[in-house]
Write a new protein. Structure first.
Length: 539
């Protein structure tokens, strides 16, 4: 007999133990095994009769649509499957690299020699690659199950073995966390906290990821129901709805039930299903066929199915264009949507992986140096996903080369090219200087420009006098060149080096190279040399 207390237990059972007790009481009261109450088409008897929390009996949760939402049925939704697949594959495809920082914090290097490098970057165990391992654990966490793996340390090797069974948390008397795998089965085993790698999904308590399938069961169930309706509509299509009618003629015997059944069977045999949708029909004795088309616009089937894609994208923070829904995407914004996906869609999962490595795989000595400075951590490299076209990459690398952060060989490394001799140097543009130096030079220039004409003439007095003394017909002056000479300039030239020829004097001063201009008297003799320049002192 089903009593009020049993109904209350059925409606409020949440834990596995209370669910089992309520199911046992229901079986005793009805004489029906619980397994027989679960329909083979995926619908949930408990959900359809108001006992939605009891759908956990079959590993899922019931929804208002009557569809049971389990891990398997949720993945039958194309939108949910695509979201889980895309995020898992992208996390699996990113390079995951352990780094080690020096004790003084000055240098940072990839931890090639640490066993974590091979485990996270190459192969966590002999049976799978690092990308496949991250795909599997990320997918389980995306479906609300959390990703678990057994940690095995052998010599200088670290192995991670995914756990696909049920995992429950337990605490010792000393409040130390333990994990129970496959509880209640012959394979049950208890592991210490340090023996399990735990990747959490979105969490409300910090201990376990929230059951996203349970939270979103109504949206997912509605999508499954819409898919089922559309599939059954086309599977049962008789082109698509036909009314066969005979006129009521006097003297004509009406069809018997068996006759109606035979006509329906004959029509279905000829026209049922998409393969026979356009077979010609033959009608006799004045029979007419009236086609009835369901109004899908009123049913809003198309809009409902498109909305389920939006719902799935909302659950997993997925841009719609990643799910091939391009109604609102353009060539102008799709690149920014891709960047937003890397930052906000993949960002939380990258952080969860990096924190899980820090929490589960690094020892206290590996996390921090003895002086308290951070030592090791693991980080995803997302540069490959953010690269633009070749012209954009070229502009970016050019800017990084000119400013000094990257060397030529580092850029060649991005292109998978071998290093070249001398390519490890870092360069900066010469016309760049710090603000303090620029201000100092500006002050010196102002002081130099404030010199009087007499001071500037005095700087070149010695130089002019020396050139004038040499410029005579008896002793023609040779070619003289003065480089970066400080003022005043004095030229002493022995008579032994005098050569016949024109007088050409060039002074190369800090502010430019100038040629002296000869000044002659009325007889054509050179009386002096003048240089129209200005010496700017730097001190």
């Amino acid at each position: 007999m089903i009593t009020k207390s049993l109904i209350y237990a059925l409606e409020h059972a949440t834990s596995p133990r209370s669910v089992s007790a309520a199911v046992w009481a229901l079986e005793r009261a009805t004489g029906i095994k619980s397994a027989d109450l679960l329909a083979s088409d995926g619908s949930d008897w408990y959900a359809r009769n108001g006992f939605r929390k009891l759908s956990a009996l079959n590993g899922g949760t019931g929804s208002y649509s009557g569809k049971q939402v389990t891990t398997e049925t949720a993945l039958e939704s194309a939108a949910i499957y695509a979201c889980v697949k895309i995020i898992s594959e992208d996390i699996g495809g990113l390079p995951f690299i352990p780094y080690e920082r020096s004790a003084d914090g000055e240098t940072l290097e990839k931890a090639y020699n640490h066993p974590l490098y091979e485990c996270l970057h190459d192969q966590p165990n002999p049976h799978m690659s690092a990308g496949e391992f991250r795909e599997a654990l990320t997918a389980r966490a995306l479906l609300g199950m959390d990703g678990f793996a057994k940690i095995e340390r052998i010599d200088r090797k670290i192995y991670l073995w995914p756990i696909t069974g049920t995992v429950e948390a337990s605490y010792t008397a000393a409040n130390r966390l333990q994990w129970i795998v496959d509880k209640g089965t012959a394979q049950e085993k208890t592991y210490d906290r340090d023996e399990i790698f735990h990747l959490k999904g979105f969490t409300l308590d910090g201990a376990r990821g929230d059951n996203i399938l349970s939270r979103a069961r109504h949206a997912i169930g509605l999508g499954l129901a819409a898919d089922e309706y559309a599939g059954r509509f086309f599977a049962n299509d008789a082109s698509p709805g036909i009314i066969l009618s005979l006129p009521a003629n006097p003297g004509v015997t009406p069809l018997t039930p068996d006759g109606v059944k035979l006509i329906k069977q004959a029509w279905s045999a000829w026209h049922r299903g998409s393969a026979r949708a356009h077979e010609p029909a033959v009608l006799q004795d004045g029979m007419t066929a009236t086609r009835i088309d369901p109004d899908h616009q009123k049913l809003q089937l198309i809009e409902s199915r498109k909305y389920q894609i939006t719902e799935a994208a909302r659950i997993y923070r997925m841009p719609l264009h990643k799910l091939a829904e391009l109604d609102r995407s353009t060539n102008n914004n799709i690149e920014h949507q891709g960047i937003e996906y890397v930052s906000h869609g993949l960002g939380p999962w990258r952080r969860r992986w990096e924190e899980a490595v820090h929490r589960c795989l690094l020892t206290p000595d590996e996390r921090y140096h003895s002086n308290g400075r951070p030592r090791m951590y693991a980080e995803f490299n997302v540069e490959a996903m953010l690269r633009g076209d070749l012209s954009a990459q070229t502009a970016s690398w050019t800017a990084l080369l000119e400013k000094g952060p990257l060397s030529i060989n580092e850029v060649r490394g991005f292109l998978n090219l071998n290093p070249i001799p001398g390519g490890d140097k870092h360069y900066v543009q010469l016309n760049m200087q710090d603000v303090a130096t620029a201000a100092s030079d500006a002050t010196a220039a102002e002081k130099a420009s404030a010199r009087s004409d007499s001071e500037r003439k005095e700087m070149f007095a010695g130089f002019t006098a020396a050139v004038t003394a040499m410029a005579s017909k008896e002793h023609p002056a040779p070619r003289i060149e003065v480089h970066n000479a400080p003022a005043p300039v004095t030229v002493n030239l022995p008579a032994a080096v005098h050569n016949a020829g024109p007088v050409t004097v060039t002074a190369v001063m800090p502010n430019g190279k100038k040629t002296a201009k000869p000044i002659r008297d009325s007889n054509g003799d050179i009386i002096r040399m003048e240089i129209e320049t200005e010496y700017v002192s730097k001190g």
